[in-house]
Design a protein around this ligand. Structure first.
Ligand code: PMP
Length: 285
């Protein structure tokens, strides 16, 4: 339970914070969210996260509840009140509270805004990065607009649970053509047998990860051979390296897919180099 949560203009103890049972986030998953890394008490890539939030809101025609500057102030204050140094800040915006009915509620219905923040166990994440993690593949059963960062995450929940039950950290989602789309809460990458860094191109079938975007810039700055193209699960099995990216774990080496060792079962040089260089490329504010 977060100690202090921001809810619609007020900072409340987590035990008192809540939203209506008529909130459309609760009723229909009619809402969007962002997760921004906090490092040394500062926000990483706030500008890009706010831009993606704006895009998610406009794709769903949810009114923007406050300016990016005002929201930035709320994010920082929530981080400060929860004494977060290294962790994440979470913001969720829903279409608001209205009598349960599928079409959009009357114009003027105020969106719900919730912000929470928490520290992460950095030592544990670093240990996982040093050792590498396991992933398992599951069919991608999500809807057709997963480029919008909505709170409708049930397929992701089920995929992640399958992973946990098989002793894996993440699930890689596989489309009808046998290609990996992304992870349940991360973007998926390989270093192909010929040494090229590969990740799937942006489209309606993956989330445009902020960490993905910054990792691409980092790869270019490091002069790595890079291609944006779909890759199959079979190709991933035979890859030199595999890894995943997300705001809460940055670049996380994957050393097992469906029980098969990748790259000799140890984190590879590309993933390590990207992880090391990442925060020189990111914007920290
Ligand atoms: N894909 C999915 C499905 C995700 O949930 C996330 C993390 N929220 C990502 C990718 C990674 O995005 P980011 O790098 O912006 O955290």
């Amino acid at each position: 339970m977060p100690r202090i949560a921001y809810v619609n203009g007020r900072y409340l103890p987590g035990t008192e914070a809540g939203v209506s049972i008529e909130d459309r986030g609760f009723q229909f998953a009619d809402g969007v969210y962002e997760v921004c890394e906090v490092r040394g008490g500062r926000l990483v890539d706030e500008g890009r996260h706010m831009a993606r939030l704006d895009r998610s809101l406009s794709e769903l025609r949810i009114a923007r509840p406050m300016s990016a500057a005002a929201l930035g102030t709320v994010l920082r204050e929530t981080v400060r009140r929860n004494r977060v140094r290294d962790g994440i800040v979470y913001v969720q915006i829903t279409r608001g509270v209205a009598r349960r009915d599928f079409p959009f509620p009357p114009a003027g219905t105020r969106p719900t805004v919730v912000v929470t923040a928490r520290n992460n166990d950095i030592a544990r994440i670093e240990q996982m990065a040093a050792e590498g993690v396991a992933v398992v593949s599951v069919p991608d059963i999500r809807w057709g607009r997963v480029d919008i960062k909505t709170v409708g995450l049930l397929p992701n929940v089920l995929a992640k649970q399958t992973a946990r039950e098989q002793g894996a950290r993440e699930a890689w989602l596989v489309d009808a053509k046998g290609c990996v789309t992304e992870g349940a809460s991360s973007n998926a990458w390989i270093v192909s047998a010929d040494g090229t860094l590969v990740t799937r191109p942006l489209g309606p079938d993956i989330l445009p990860g902020i960490t993905r975007a910054v990792a691409i810039e980092t790869a270019k700055a490091l002069g790595l051979a890079f291609a944006e193209r779909p890759f199959t699960l079979e190709e991933a099995y035979g890859a030199r390296e595999a890894f995943m990216t997300s705001a809460s774990q940055i670049v996380m080496p994957v050393t097992r897919i469906d029980g098969r060792p990748i790259g000799g079962g140890r984190p590879g040089p590309t993933a390590k180099a990207l992880r090391r260089a990442y925060h020189q490329q990111a914007e920290i504010s």
